[in-house]
Design a protein around this ligand. Structure first.
Ligand code: AMP
Length: 690
């Protein structure tokens, strides 16, 4: 906890008890009918203490709520202003609105679709094209067997609690999180120690088991927020939407909760397509479905969303990356595990240092963290509100080697937008086991190597006599032993003649005798090695990135008359839903003709644009398109030349009609900057009426 907050909490606690004891003194003086002058002096002292207490409370309030006492109000108002603009301009629409909508489902309207399409095409360019990835497109409906193998059927759950009387469901961790945040922000009377404890709970919440969550909910007396009824213990709720494939109802399936499994099950073919070479990456963009327990936070937590996922397959013995040097010097906010546990904040760390010190597990993971940073900041995400947070030990799946989330700060707090995980060989092994198809890679040696190979030969006759119907399970378990297990068994059988051996598929120990198998090591010349590749998976929640981009791009500025605030999205041209508008200054046939000529050249150049030939004042037309984040406006005020206005500076230049499209194209393409254009053309100083 920051020293000032801690000392203020301590001062406040002391002041509260001083006020209380002075209050008792005043009451005692009054009861003993002390002289009036004495009582007045005591009351005056009490009022002084109360004033001091209020001043500490104000100071503390301003610290705990961030940037000032009313920052949460400001945050809420800001969010509302963004949401109003987005909904009014049809960036998004609550789905099925005329039927009162469904929580967690949203449509994208025309500008929203255009932004999404721009983000996705930049994603394809930045990742798929740049890294020669193999893109695939797999179905959303997935048979149960696939998701059983991946572990989703058994483990893709969130912990839920139910209102014991009404049955309303809540996400257990969200209730605890809200409780802690509320207490910290609104209850100034809690001690410094309690505040530190609540902060620790917030920092480590993702690490809590069901039992720990349940215990904390009980300890803090958390009840159902809507009804104040008691809550059940937390229990897992599977987030997948279940369905059945075909009319018989006999083939269970699910709507995929992620796109990754489609890539894993195609590994064998993709590896072959790639010339049987590693490393390589496959990518997929598509819809994912999660039946979120209580969707809230608008577009951030929804029940159907677009994921863009990369599975980069790599040799587990060599996780270096050939292009690592391109990102090694990047430096940005990182939040390693240890620093979260000890209550510190994220800090700027050079990526190269994070990898060389082993904070980030390996070069390939580091490479993708760097590439994700470049992707997000080029889209327009504010660097200061982007951090990479490492997963805590329990938060990470047991098989994962390391995992980092790109989190973006919005009015809802820090939100995970991209997960970047080294998932080791888990997924390919799981599908190999379940399908019986070996999802493996081979390394061919330049020179054959002499290796000692473990050879386990079960004596089937003896095993059959001893285990009859269970023989197959026992043989499989014996053959699956690793080298150490096998050599330990050999030693024990040689010394004792028999031993107990656990067969997991039978869930019991069996007695293995010396005559039931032979274990040896044989020298062999091998020409290749066969292994299951590890996978590094960056997984992008496109909707979350877009929403954060909306918040980071939004601002208001006063109209020219100063009587209203106008909304602007400062989208970079790359993201802007429409790149340019064309406005004849006044309604006139000759200006309309010029506008049409310019529009034609913009079309030829592939620049999305909009002509507005309504007679509305030019100021209003600028304001309308600023609200859509259109970066450039061409205004036709002559037949030989036109002006081009840049959205944020509102600066205007004058260019010849036949140059207009190419000038706009050059800035949109990134061949030229606006500053460069600004210094090369005459300025148009006439202020537009707004
Ligand atoms: P996960 O597989 O849980 O790591 O999720 C991958 C990415 O999907 C996350 O980084 C989020 O950006 C996004 N995501 C997960 N759940 C949701 C949701 N309910 N709504 C929108 N995006 C989500």
């Amino acid at each position: 906890m920051a020293a000032t907050e801690e000392s203020l909490r301590r001062n406040l606690a002391e002041m509260l008890s001083a006020v209380e004891s002075q209050g008792s003194s005043v009451r005692a003086l009054k009861a003993s009918k002390a002289p009036i002058t004495e009582i007045d002096a005591a009351i005056e002292a009490l009022n002084r203490l109360k004033l001091e207490k209020s001043s500490i409370e104000r100071e503390l309030q301003s610290i705990v709520s961030g940037n000032g006492a009313d920052s949460s109000v400001t945050r809420e108002a800001f969010r509302q202003a963004v949401a109003n603009t987005l909904e009014r301009r049809l960036f998004y629409i609550p789905s099925f609105k005329i039927y009162r909508g469904v929580a967690g489902l949203y449509d994208y309207g025309p500008p929203g679709c255009a932004v999404k399409s721009n983000v996705l095409s930049f994603w394809r360019q930045h990742f798929v094209l740049e890294e020669d990835m193999l893109e695939v497109d797999c179905p959303c409906v997935t048979p149960e067997v696939v998701l059983k193998a991946s572990g989703h059927v058994d483990k893709f759950t969130d912990l839920m609690v139910k209102d014991e009387k009404t049955g309303t469901c809540y996400r257990a961790d969200h209730l605890l999180k809200d409780f802690c945040k509320d207490k910290l922000e609104k209850d100034l009377s809690i001690s410094a120690e309690k505040a530190a404890e609540l902060k620790q709970v917030l920092a480590t919440l993702d690490d809590f088991s069901a039992e720990e969550l349940g215990a904390k909910i009980k300890e803090y007396g958390i009840i159902a927020p809507d009804t104040k009824n008691p809550l059940s213990d937390p229990y897992p709720f599977n987030l997948m939407f279940q369905t059945s494939i075909g009319p018989s109802g006999l083939t269970p399936g699910y709507m995929r909760p992620e796109t990754a499994q489609g890539i894993f099950v195609n590994f064998k073919d993709l590896y072959y397509y790639n010339g049987n070479k590693l490393p390589f990456a496959a990518a997929q963009i598509g819809q994912a479905f999660r039946n979120e327990i209580s969707p809230r936070q608008g577009l951030l937590r929804v029940r159907e969303f677009t994921l863009a996922e990369i599975e980069h397959f790599v040799d587990p013995e060599n996780k270096s990356h050939p292009k690592y040097s391109e990102v090694v010097n990047l430096e940005f906010l990182m939040f390693p595990r240890e620093e979260q546990m000890s209550g510190q904040s994220a800090r700027n760390i050079p990526l190269g240092e994070a990898v060389s010190k082993g904070i980030v597990n390996n070069q390939t993971l580091g490479y993708f963290i760097g590439r994700v940073y470049l992707f997000l900041t080029r889209l327009g995400i504010d660097k200061k509100r982007l951090r990479f947070r490492q997963h805590l030990a329990n938060e990470m799946a047991h098989y994962a080697a390391d995992c980092w989330d790109a989190e973006i700060e919005s009015s809802y707090g820090w939100i995970e937008c991209v997960g970047i995980a080294d998932r080791s060989a888990f997924d390919l092994k799981a599908h190999t086991d379940k399908s019986g198809v070996a999802l493996v890679a081979q390394e061919k040696f330049l020179e054959p190597k002499e290796l000692e190979e473990l050879v386990i030969v079960p004596v089937k006759k003896e095993l059959g006599l001893a285990f009859r119907g269970n023989q197959k399970n026992v043989v499989e378990a014996l053959e699956a032993m690793n080298e150490k297990e096998a050599m330990d068994m050999k030693a024990e059988l040689e010394s004792k003649g028999e031993m107990e051996f656990y067969v997991c598929t039978l869930e019991k120990n069996v007695c293995i005798k010396k005559n039931m198998l032979s274990i040896s090591k044989e020298k062999k010349k091998v020409h290749h090695r066969v292994f299951t590749p590890s996978v590094i998976e960056p997984s992008f929640g496109i909707g979350r990135i877009i929403y954060c981009l909306y918040e980071h791009s939004f601002y208001t500025r006063p109209s020219k008359a100063g009587d209203e605030q106008l909304n602007v999205f400062r989208f970079p041209p790359l993201v802007a839903p429409i790149k340019c508008t064309v406005f004849p200054l006044v309604q006139s046939q000759k200006y309309d003709e010029v506008a049409k000529v310019i529009s034609k050249s913009l079309k030829v150049a592939g620049i999305s644009h909009k002509i507005d030939i309504t007679g509305t004042s030019i100021g209003k037309r600028y304001a309308r398109t600023d609200e859509l984040g259109v970066p450039f406006a061409i205004t036709v005020d002559k037949t030989s030349s036109v002006t081009i206005r840049e959205r944020d500076s509102k600066d205007q230049i004058r260019v010849n009609v036949d140059e207009a499209a190419s000038v706009v194209n050059a800035v949109i393409d990134g061949q030229r900057t606006w500053e460069d254009i600004w210094s090369s053309y005459p300025h148009h100083s006439e202020e537009s009426e707004e």
